[in-house]
Design a protein around this ligand. Structure first.
Ligand code: ADP
Length: 447
């Protein structure tokens, strides 16, 4: 096997050229090299009986031409440092010489004409299109020369049964006709193939360019996103300090000088402290959102049931107080996730499902996980108050709430965090809901 590999490598190196662009020249050279690869062993196998036949029939010159042809093919295959075109010309020349020898010493109706046709067809295939008529003209010249030789009885052909020059013309003109026909038709086929290859090359180049542009744009977006997240993080982090100062000095002001101020001033101060506190909460929520997914955690394989058991322990009181039923199907599914983040996502969805419960029914939450091609689709279905249809996209935006604070408390960041976590896992999140009947939150994560 390794000998065969070394052998084919050597011939490919010498006869297939170095072009790795797959155009027509590549395939012409490839065809040439492949035919030499297979021709050589066949020639060597056929050499011994051929020489034996020549010696038995006393055609010694034919035996010499046989040996010469095989030597020439060996030379073409293995001689280093020769131009590929020269190798092809040598190959064609030896086929022509062999054909002429077969005509001269094997007889005019023998295999000589067949060899001429085969050699000529092969040459049209392996030479560049500009040379495709050359073999046809050379074959025509040879036929004319033989015609003249027959006409003037210049050569004594063995087993001569093409009696006259006119018979030779009748026979050889067919060969000339076929050869010219092939020289005209094969390049047309090649031209069509070349055009297809060119088109494919152009399309591939355009596609590559588009992919590069897309990659670049993606990179830029990612960079901007990182910058933005960093900005949000730094801004919210740094804003906390001066705000803390404002609220604590307001508190001091109230404690120390409260008795010197009238009721209106107290009301104003209460508003200011209240506003400051709310702003503090918003900033810490913002910080929370921008912190999500920033850690260096690594993904781990974890059972869906384990994550949910943990959460049920965390919100045990809430579950008990509201008489909640939680169903998981199937609990043994193993997910590869950032465990802390996915727990948080589930906890947000479960807390919401309980918080936004209907007064007239105990909450029932059904969690399903189904495997799709390369992702998991997870749904969290509740029988709560539901969501208005046109709000189903808005609720995933940060600080978006559909209810007043005194009806349902909250900060409006839970679902924004869920969205971020789903995206961090290569998926997305959405909701399907019917007002008054319940909601189903769906999210996907990559497997
Ligand atoms: P929060 O719960 O703090 O208000 P979220 O971002 O978690 O903030 O939710 C945003 C809004 O989406 C909620 O205020 C509520 O109006 C709506 N919502 C979320 N989950 C549900 C649910 N399971 N049923 C009905 N409404 C919901």
């Amino acid at each position: 096997m390794s000998i065969w590999k070394a052998y084919t490598n050597k011939i490919n190196y010498n006869c297939a050229g170095s072009g790795n662009v797959k155009d027509m020249d590549y395939w012409r050279n490839n065809l040439f090299a492949t035919s030499i690869i297979f021709l050589l062993p066949f020639c060597l196998i056929a050499l011994a009986p051929g020489i034996y036949f020549c010696i038995v029939t006393q055609k010694y010159i034919l035996a010499i031409v046989d040996i010469l042809t095989v030597t020439a093919i060996l030379f073409i295959a293995f001689m280093p440092g020769i131009n590929l075109l020269v190798r092809k010309v040598l190959f064609f020349s030896f086929v022509v010489i062999l054909s002429c020898a077969l005509l001269l010493y094997g007889g005019l109706p023998g295999p000589g004409l067949l060899y001429l046709l085969a050699g000529c067809t092969f040459s049209i295939l392996i030479f560049p299109t500009t040379y495709s008529f050359w073999p046809a003209w050379i074959v025509t010249g040879i036929c004319i020369l033989f015609g003249i030789a027959i006409f003037f009885n210049a050569i004594a052909f063995p087993r001569q049964n093409l009696a006259s020059a006119s018979e030779w013309v009748a026979v050889s003109s067919n060969l000339v006709f076929i050869v010219f026909l092939l020289a005209a038709l094969i390049p047309r086929l090649f031209k069509g193939l070349q055009e297809t290859l060119d088109k494919e090359k152009k399309l591939k180049a355009a596609l590559r360019k588009q992919q590069e542009e897309l990659q670049q744009a993606l990179h830029q977006v990612q960079q901007k996103n990182n910058e933005l997240e960093h900005f949000a993080y730094v801004a919210s982090h740094d804003l906390q300090e001066p705000l803390r100062m404002v609220t604590s000095f307001m508190g001091l002001l109230k404690n120390k000088y409260g008795d010197q101020l009238d009721e209106r001033a107290h009301t104003y101060m209460n508003f200011a402290v209240d506003g400051g506190k709310r702003m503090q909460k918003m900033i810490s929520d913002l910080l929370d959102v921008s912190r999500t997914g920033r850690g260096n955690a690594i993904k781990e394989r974890v059972q869906l049931g384990d994550i949910l058991n943990e959460i049920q322990q965390n919100i045990f009181k809430l579950i008990e107080e509201n008489n909640v039923t939680i169903l998981i199907e199937p609990a043994h599914t193993v997910l590869t996730v950032y465990r802390g983040d996915i727990s948080r996502l589930f906890q947000n969805l479960l807390s919401n499902a309980i918080k936004f419960r209907r007064k007239d029914a105990d909450p029932v939450i059904r969690i399903c996980c189904t495997g799709q091609e390369n992702r998991w689709l997870i749904s969290v279905e509740d029988n709560g108050i539901g969501i208005e249809n046109d709000k189903s996209e808005k609720i995933f935006e940060i600080f978006t709430r559909l209810h007043a604070q005194d009806i349902y408390q909250g900060s409006g960041i839970g679902l924004a965090i869920c969205k971020k976590i789903a995206e961090q896992h290569g998926g997305n999140i959405w909701v399907a809901s019917e007002e008054g009947k319940g909601s189903t939150f769906y999210f996907t994560i990559q497997k």
